[in-house]
Write a protein that binds this ligand. Structure first.
Ligand code: 5GP
Length: 236
């Protein structure tokens, strides 16, 4: 398939059309951002690490029955993906309290959440991705009820699959954000799954091995991402 023109450049990835209307090329860049783009950096190897990390996770999820947009790795920093009509919502599941829920609800970081929480956020940088509920989604027509239901079911299925995957490698999947889109009318997991959009802690030491290392200036950001990948058996 031939890569053509760039159609979108986000904070960490760029998307290109191909000569087939159903497929796009997703490029993972070294650009790293936090706090709605207020903190920016270039981190060596990040594009390659996240591309391969995402490929591994998406392939694992697809094998477990979660439909994903991932088709195949094209090179170190690019993957072929299905062209989705994205739903402008972020689905967040939390197994352990960290990040915004600790500030919003005063829950101490590290509190186990059982059952896990499910939250919806509107994907809108200018509004800082506000939390919304299913009534907002319905009133403003951001997604159909049946699609929200499928997103919820798939988001929890991802939790079952990935919690076990990380647990087997001595890590805790603290929380994560998923984005979905429609492919010929079906709900399909899109965007990426990498330590940029998940919180992952070492099970014994509770050391942070994700983007909080960047947000909180803990250092060794990509080394931590690589450590997570290596523990899952990913070869970078
Ligand atoms: P929080 O609401 O605590 O900031 O984020 C919850 C989880 O979703 C974290 O794993 C965080 O990395 C992820 N997340 C939330 N919003 C975004 C976003 O806009 N981009 C990325 N990459 N991850 C996000």
């Amino acid at each position: 398939m031939e890569k053509r023109s760039q159609v979108y450049a986000g904070k960490a990835k760029s998307v290109y059309t191909t000569d087939h209307a159903d497929f796009m090329v997703m490029e993972f860049r070294n650009d790293t951002s936090a706090f709605d783009g207020q903190k920016l950096a270039q981190l060596d190897r990040k594009g390659m690490v996240n591309n391969k990390f995402n490929a591994f996770i998406m392939t694992h999820l697809e094998a477990a029955g979660v439909p994903t947009h991932f088709e195949k790795l094209l090179c170190d920093t690019e993957s072929l993906v299905k062209c989705l009509k994205m739903i402008p919502l972020e689905c967040v599941v939390r197994n352990v309290a960290a990040g915004s829920i600790t500030r919003r609800l005063g829950i101490p970081e590290g509190t186990d959440l059982s059952p896990p929480t499910f939250e919806l956020f509107l994907k809108n940088d200018e509004l800082h991705d506000p939390m919304v509920n299913e009534y907002h989604v319905r009133s403003f027509g951001w997604a159909e009820d049946k699609h929200v239901e499928q997103m919820k079911v798939l988001t929890f299925k991802v939790n079952d699959v990935l919690k076990a995957l990380f647990d087997d490698a001595g890590m805790i999947l603290v929380d994560y954000k998923l984005e979905f889109g429609l492919f010929h009318g079906d709900v399909v997991l899109g965007d990426e799954i990498s330590p940029d959009g998940c919180r992952i802690w070492d099970r014994e030491t509770r050391e942070k091995l994700d983007k909080d290392r960047f947000r909180q200036d803990l250092g060794n950001v990509i080394e931590a991402y690589e450590q997570v990948g290596n523990r899952l058996g990913i070869v970078f």
